[in-house]
Each structure stands twice: as structure tokens, then as C-alpha cells.
Design a protein around this ligand. Structure first.
Ligand code: GTP
Ligand code: MG
Length: 285
């Protein structure tokens, strides 16, 4: 049986841990079993129960305090993740193997992990060896996406993760509940963006000719290949969460291998017998 994983990634503070906790509850309310693994060695608090926690393996604080290493918080995190990549056995043991595993991995927010460092790609390959079908869930804070230039840089960040990880990726705009009604209307055009017209809107602000050409080429490429789309995520909106979950499940073909179980036929006689036994038992006590 295949196993399923959501790799929850995105810039610092974009809402990854909150997403994991909300999605876990949502899956629970649908009677679907899922687990969360914390892969952020600098995590301080999260409000979901963990199946495994990378801090049992290594912690950023310990690395920073080590006088022979002398790392700051970012170098410390990179060191931790490289150490993790050399010790995937720890993860393998923690994950065990349950039929139909569905696991959310809450990842750290340092963007370099998804742009040029090899560790996340190595993790994906390891998970695939363990028969996981992995979907990247890339989160960006919607509040930083309401202007065209910010949006283009968000698209590029999502795209670089897609290129590095080579797995299906669902891009999500988080914290939609914090947008004003006006911004909410405004953001609709960014959910399914027409990059060409977006480019037209902003090209007047670009003074350098070369830069204008480059931005145009990037926008054209993204549009021509329909490479990046965003889905809104509002943790208070069940319907919206369902749509996000469906897209993720579809990308990893969750549910296709599940067998359809016929409802058990109840044999009337034996059912009566059982009820009699139960009531008799109650009467006796
Ligand atoms: N209103 C609102 N706040 C949110 C939402 N998602 C996250 N937040 C808040 O945003 C802050 C950061 O959220 P986290 O879930 O810790 O973000 P993260 O991506 O895990 O952060 P790092 O692990 O530090 O990279 C917290 O204060 C959350 O309460 C949301 O959908 N709505
Ligand atoms: Mg977090």
C-alpha cells in the first residue's frame, strides 16, 4: 500500500504550523487518520500532537551554544538540517509503518532550504523510497501578495521550490481572514493570475528597459505554462479547506487504492439475539 505525505513548506511565519494543526483537525472531523511530524529544529510552540519531533534528534539552541561551531540562528538551522539528512534512520524509525499512513510534515521557514540547499530534495527522495507519495504544500502569507511586484516574487519562490523538489505542489495563500473586504476583492485577480495584464499594469513603474524586458519574459513564461496557481486558505472556512484537501489528495492519488467496503449485512435473527443478550446482561447486573 502506498503511503501519503504533505510536505508543508514556505517562508518564515507564513502559517505552516497553523496549517498543520488546522488540517489535522479537519481530517479528524472527516474520520480520517493523519499524523504530524515536526521537522523544524527551532520550533518553540505548536498546538498539534506530534508523531515525531526533530528536536529529539537535534536542536538549534544546542548547535548555537556549541563553542566549536559558533553558528547564528540561520547557520545553526542549516547545520541541523544537514545533520538530519545524514540521520534519516531516525525518521524511519519514528515513522514506523501503518497501513494507509497520511503524514503532514511541518518544515522550517528558511527559504534557502527550498531554493538551493539539497536537504529537502534528499528528504523527498528518502520518503519516496519508503513508498510515500509526496505533495508539496507551499504557503505564502496573502497579506504580502496584494501588490503585483510582491506577487511576482512570491510566484518565483513557489516556482523555485517546485523546480528543486520535483513533486506535485499546491500553492496556498494563507491568513485570508485577515484581509480587508477591499483587499479580498483585490486578491481574487492573484489567485488565478493573468500575468500578461499584470505586467501591463506595472510596466510603467519600471524605469530600466532591460529590467522591463526581463520581468515581461518571466511573466510570459509563467503564464504560458500555467505554472503557478494559488488557492485561498482561511482556517475558519471548512468548504475552502475541503477544496485545498481535495486538490492535494488528487495530486497524490489518495483514495484511488482504497477498497470499497460493502456495508455489512445484518442478519436480523443474530441482531435480535445480540440485543437480547445485552438487555439481559443489563437486567442481571
Ligand atoms: N489570523 C490568522 N492568523 C494566522 C493564520 N495562520 C497563521 N496565523 C498566525 O501567524 C503567525 C505565524 O504562524 P505559524 O503557523 O507559526 O507560521 P509558521 O510558518 O509555522 O512559522 P515558522 O515556523 O516560524 O516559519 C501565528 O501568530 C499564527 O497565529 C490564519 O490563517 N489566520
Ligand atoms: Mg512553524
Amino acid at each position: 500500500m502506498p503511503r501519503f505525505a504533505q510536505l508543508v513548506i514556505g517562508p518564515a511565519g507564513s502559517g505552516k504550523s497553523t496549517y498543520c494543526s488546522t488540517m489535522l483537525q479537519h481530517l479528524g472531523s472527516m474520520n480520517r487518520s493523519a499524523q504530524v511530524v515536526n521537522l523544524d529544529p527551532a520550533a518553540e510552540h505548536f498546538d498539534y500532537p506530534v508523531m515525531a519531533d526533530i528536536r529529539e534528534l537535534i536542536q538549534v539552541d544546542d548547535v548555537m551554544e556549541d563553542p566549536s561551531l559558533r553558528f547564528g540562528p540561520n547557520g545553526g538551522l542549516v547545520f541541523c538540517m544537514e545533520y538530519f539528512a545524514n540521520n534519516f534512520d531516525w525518521l524511519g524509525e519514528s515513522l514506523g509503518h501503518v497501513e494507509d499512513d497520511y503524514i503532514l510534515f511541518d518544515c522550517p521557514g528558511q527559504i534557502e532550504l527550498y531554493t538551493h540547499l539539497p536537504v529537502m530534495k534528499q528528504l523527498v527522495e528518502q520518503l519516496q523510497q519508503w513508498e510515500f507519495r509526496v505533495c508539496g504544500v507551499f504557503l505564502v502569507d496573502s497579506q504580502f501578495m496584494v501588490e503585483t511586484f510582491k506577487f511576482i516574487s512570491g510566484v518565483m519562490a513557489a516556482l523555485s521550490a517546485m523546480v528543486v523538489l520535483e513533486i506535485p505542489q499546491i500553492n496556498i495563500m494563507t491568513k485570508m481572514d485577515l484581509l480587508s473586504p477591499k483587499a479580498k476583492k483585490e486578491i481574487e485577480k492573484y489567485l488565478d493570475p493573468d500575468m500578461y495584464s499584470m505586467m501591463e499594469d506595472t510596466s510603467d513603474n519600471i524605469r530600466s528597459k532591460k529590467f522591463k524586458k526581463l520581468t515581461k519574459a518571466i511573466c510570459g513564461l509563467i503564464d504560458d505554462y500555467s505554472m503557478v496557481r494559488f488557492m485561498p486558505f482561511d482556517r475558519t472556512d471548512e468548504e475552502g479547506m475541503n477544496m485545498v484537501l481535495q486538490s492535494i489528495d488528487f495530486s497524490i492519488q489518495y483514495g484511488e487504492d482504497l477498497e470499497f467496503k460493502e456495508p455489512k449485512e445484518v442478519d436480523e435473527e443474530s441482531a435480535d439475539l445480540n440485543y437480547d443478550e445485552i438487555f439481559q446482561g443489563k437486567g442481571d447486573s
